[in-house]
Design a protein around this ligand. Structure first.
Ligand SMILES: [Zn+2]
Length: 122
């Protein structure tokens, strides 16, 4: 009977957002069609339901995480030395490391970002 005479709700109303949220979780974050079907089965008719539910699903964190594509680490190309077969320690690289001397200054316009200087002689 509810489906025959549903309660008409405009999609911009806050109640529509609450209904979409509730029934979207009730159908376990499935797609727009199942969410829309659950809302209509419960006896509600959202005017402009397609757009309302789609925009809600677009903002749903769980759906975005479940349907997101795999991200890949962006790396620079390896230097030519690393692509050649060579005995160990033929080519050695050293990362720059500390100890660092940090100079923090106060200026009239507020603070300035701290300045890092590598201490020589260590
Ligand atoms: Zn979701």
């Amino acid at each position: 009977m509810n489906e025959v005479h549903p309660i008409i709700i405009p999609s911009r109303h806050h109640l529509a957002t609450l209904l979409v949220s509730h029934y979207h979780e009730a159908v376990k974050h499935q797609g727009r069609h199942l969410t829309e079907g659950a809302i209509r089965t419960a006896g509600f008719w959202l005017v402009g339901a397609k757009r309302c539910i789609s925009s809600f699903l677009h903002r749903c964190v769980i759906c975005r995480r479940l349907r997101g594509k795999m991200e890949h680490q962006q790396m620079a190309a390896l230097p030519a030395e690393r692509l050649q077969v060579a005995p160990p320690f033929t080519y050695v690289g050293v990362d720059v490391f500390g100890p660092w001397e940090i100079v923090s200054r106060r200026t009239r316009g507020g603070g300035s970002p701290p300045k890092l200087t590598l201490i020589d002689g260590l």
